[in-house]
Design a protein around this ligand. Structure first.
Ligand code: NDP
Length: 339
């Protein structure tokens, strides 16, 4: 009998890659989705009898996960990825902060109450819970696995970006607090990725607008030659590495009780344009050129991310920015019949 892993938010960009990798490694997977339509579509794409879905319509409703664990005593590993990731909301507290925090508490509390057989819980947190935005563009600052976003709940309510980074910070804090106060029977690890780039797990997921992080690349690929170059900058990690890290988070003893900080390289829009202009003849002349080769001037001014401890635990090389960006855009252009 193979080990059964529960993945919340199974239809998500990261979760779909995660489920593919879990199945490829021989695990059985139960994924939570919001509707039968979404579950059936995912099941069709995965095309595996090792996958089944359970309906959890809204993670923030108290007891949201209880039925899943009551009905599936075979689950021994829990990967909680579900959380709203969008900067397009009307009320950051109601739409981001509360669902993220309550969803995480509901997941862990359901395991405590109904799943004594679970050995490991991995929560998908974020670099958002690590950085403090005001320090991100200060090159004298270093963030590592011990860093915490200093944002307050009040500040997090002020705008959508603050709401999202606050939602990840307070959700992760809630998870560690449950570990501290309830001393449950399982081990917790968190995965804290920077912006996650890379292709969709399935071509059918390529829509006009992709998920929030992949759309950061797609939106640059959709620029026209005379458009202003967006000021977007940050750090990135490829989605396939994020999926692999979730699996190592419960498989390797060294990852127990750790925060795995996933950041490969700094990027900005100029660097994304350089990669696109160099690698896609179809896009030649259609995109802005900017000042090729100058991205370092901006990325060098940013805080340093030191994730050596995480890299040592993971023990694999991260996928590079060029491959991640090329794979993302290649899929979009191919699906849209442009290549
Ligand atoms: P997606 O938006 O693709 O996936 C989010 C998933 O969560 C979807 O399955 C969504 O369901 C589900 N979900 C959201 N809110 C609820 C809710 N209230 N009730 C039930 N399900 C809900 O995002 P990603 O795959 O990019 O993100 C997955 C996780 O990774 C999130 O926790 C995110 O914060 C974290 N993360 C992502 C990063 C990135 O750059 N992509 C970076 C760092 C962390 P549905 O689609 O049906 O609404």
């Amino acid at each position: 009998m193979s080990t059964t892993v529960f993945v919340s938010g199974a239809t998500g960009f990261i979760a779909q890659h995660l489920i593919k990798q879990l199945i490829a490694k021989g695990y059985s997977v139960i994924g939570s989705v919001r509707s039968t339509e979404k579950g059936d579509a995912l099941k069709k794409n995965l095309n595996s009898d090792k996958f089944q879905y359970a309906i959890v319509r809204d993670i923030q409703v108290e007891g949201a996960f209880n039925e899943v664990f009551k009905n599936h005593p075979e689950i021994t590993i829990v990967l909680h990825t579900a959380s709203p990731f969008t900067f397009n909301v009307t009320n950051p507290e109601k739409d981001l902060l509360i669902p993220a925090v309550e969803g995480t508490k509901n997941a862990l509390n359901a395991v405590i109450e109904y799943a004594p057989q679970v050995t490991n819980v991995v929560v998908t947190s974020s670099y958002a819970a690590v950085l403090t935005i005001a320090k991100e563009r200060d090159s004298s600052v270093t963030f590592d696995e011990s860093s915490w976003n200093e944002i307050t709940w009040e500040q997090a309510k002020q705008n959508n970006l603050a709401g999202y980074v606050g939602s990840k910070t307070f959700a992760e804090k809630a998870a560690w607090e449950i570990m501290e106060t309830k001393k449950p029977h399982f081990t917790l690890s968190t995965v804290n990725p920077n912006y996650v780039f890379g292709p969709q797990a399935f071509d059918s997921e390529v829509k006009d607008t992709l998920n929030t992080s992949a759309e950061m690349i797609n939106s640059v690929a959709k620029l026209t030659a005379n458009d202003a170059i967006p000021e977007t900058t940050g750090g990135f990690i490829d989605v396939r590495d994020v999926a692999a890290a979730h699996i190592i988070a419960f498989e390797k003893k060294e990852a127990a009780s750790k925060r795995l900080l996933l950041c490969n390289k700094r990027f900005n829009s100029q660097l994304l344009l350089d990669i696109l202009n160099e690698n896609f003849s179809y896009l030649k002349g259609k995109l802005p050129v900017g000042k090729p080769g100058t991205s370092k001037e901006i990325t060098d001014k940013m805080a340093t991310v030191n994730n050596e401890a995480t890299k040592k635990i993971l023990g694999f090389e991260f996928i590079g920015l060029k491959q991640s960006v090329v794979d993302t855009v290649q899929q979009v252009l191919t699906v849209n019949g442009k290549l």
